[in-house]
Design a protein around this ligand. Structure first.
Ligand code: C2E
Ligand code: CA
Ligand code: CA
Length: 377
């Protein structure tokens, strides 16, 4: 049975969550006492919901304490604070290594909460290193491809490969779970090899079909400590009959960069071999100005947190990033484009390419040729 543990000092809110939680099939425990909360936390509830402002202990202190107790529950935060503050707390939880699953602004709608809880219910599959090793060896992994379109023409100019893992129990594991596990367990090189091999072979096939498409692959910074990577990529391209100029390597930073010189060397060699280099999630985490200045990028991807909900502030940021990218001669791509209104704003800002649910969700390789042809008609 799934348990939902709630800490909140507003009794009416506790009652509300309790009702929705029970209806979604949870056993619900509500408390407003930190000691009682930590007592229950030892029973490893599947979901924990936190209030940010409590008389005895604020939400941040709760998160820190949960992290130090290696809490593996899924975590939701709910608060009456503004969304920016709630989002910051959510990110902080993630940095602390907690399984942050959502941030809710009070008043919370019952439907929204029900949907979230239903999604979290029973999803207790915890990927293991052994499982992932087997998945890589036995091809339990697969990829979806998300189209990237040129904003002025809406033509599809490329696709981004996004990793998926369907484990034998049928759970679909997201890359946000796979990649950190692979990094921790020393499997990231094997994983990236799988991605490159399959992606490059697929791109070679599209090239033979006459589709002029760039393939973007995500490579974690921890892969770039391997100096043999550029040669391996070149060899894979050769055997797939793909020109390396059709490949875009998106650098996603998840681990800390230990050896900046090595990183520079590997990226420069990839660039010399013709591959394009993209700085992913720009504006967040390690995707900083220092990297932009030192490394030979050709594309900059504005992080979706500045795109998906475009308000006055995020628009100012998206605009500044675009100007910066263009001034440095980079192609600027916005990811997470979900609405026509955002698409049009991006066009006005002069962003070059867009990617997001508005244009297409990530789709199987077999559906790509149809999408490309339709976009070019
Ligand atoms: P990312 O590189 O930033 O990829 C974009 C993510 O945003 C994808 O999530 C995509 O499905 C999602 N997305 C696309 N359009 C929209 C939209 O309009 N709205 C919203 N809200 N989301 C959108 P996904 O597939 O779950 O991948 C998550 C992250 O995992 C990726 O973020 C990337 O950093 C990493 N990843 C994916 N595949 C690989 C891989 O093969 N290797 C490595 N190292 N990392 C990967
Ligand atoms: Ca990416
Ligand atoms: Ca991104």
């Amino acid at each position: 049975m799934d348990t939902l543990l709630v800490i909140d000092d507003e009794q009416a809110f506790g009652d509300f969550v309790s009702k929705v939680g029970v209806a979604a099939g949870f056993t619900v425990v509500v408390t407003d006492q930190p000691e009682e909360f930590f007592e229950h936390l030892r029973m490893e509830p599947s979901v924990v919901m936190l209030d940010m402002q409590m008389p005895q202990m604020d939400g941040i202190e709760l998160l820190r304490e949960m992290a130090s107790r290696k809490c593996s529950s899924k975590v939701l935060v709910a608060s009456g604070l503004d969304m920016r503050t709630i989002d910051t707390v959510h990110r902080l939880g993630r940095e602390l290594g907690l399984g942050m699953e959502g941030a809710l602004r009070k008043p919370v709608r019952a439907a929204e909460l029900r949907e979230l809880l239903t999604r979290l219910k029973g999803c207790r599959f915890e990927p293991t290193a052994e499982g992932l090793k087997r998945a890589i060896a036995k091809d339990e992994l697969f990829a979806l491809f998300q189209p990237k379109v040129a904003i002025p023409t809406k033509r599809c100019v490329g696709v981004e490969m996004l990793l998926r893992w369907k484990e034998p129990g049928g759970t679909l594991v997201s890359p946000d779970q796979i990649v950190p596990l692979a990094e921790q367990e020393g499997l990231i090189d094997a994983l990236t090899d799988w991605v490159l091999r399959h992606g490059i072979a697929q791109a070679g096939e599209w090239q033979r079909m006459g589709l002029d498409l760039k393939l973007s692959v995500n490579v974690s910074a921890s892969n770039l400590h391997d100096v043999t990577l550029p040669d391996r990529i070149e060899a894979m391209c050769r055997s797939a009959g793909l020109s390396a100029t059709q490949l875009v390597v998106e650098l996603t930073e998840t681990a800390t960069m230990r050896d900046a010189t090595r990183l520079m060397e590997v990226l420069a060699r990839l660039r010399i071999k013709g591959a394009e280099l993209s700085i992913d999630d720009f504006g967040t985490g390690y995707s900083s100005l220092v990297q932009l200045h030192r490394l030979p990028f050709t594309e900059l991807k504005i992080d979706k947190s500045f795109v998906t909900t475009m308000d006055r502030e995020t628009e100012v940021i998206a605009n500044a990033i675009t100007q910066l990218g263009h001034a440095l001669g980079l192609t600027v791509t916005a990811e997470g484009v979900e609405t026509q209104a955002v698409f049009e704003r991006l066009a006005e800002l002069g962003v070059d390419q867009a990617q997001g649910y508005l244009l297409s969700r990530p789709i199987p390789a077999a559906d790509i040729p149809g999408f490309v042809h339709a976009s070019r008609r």
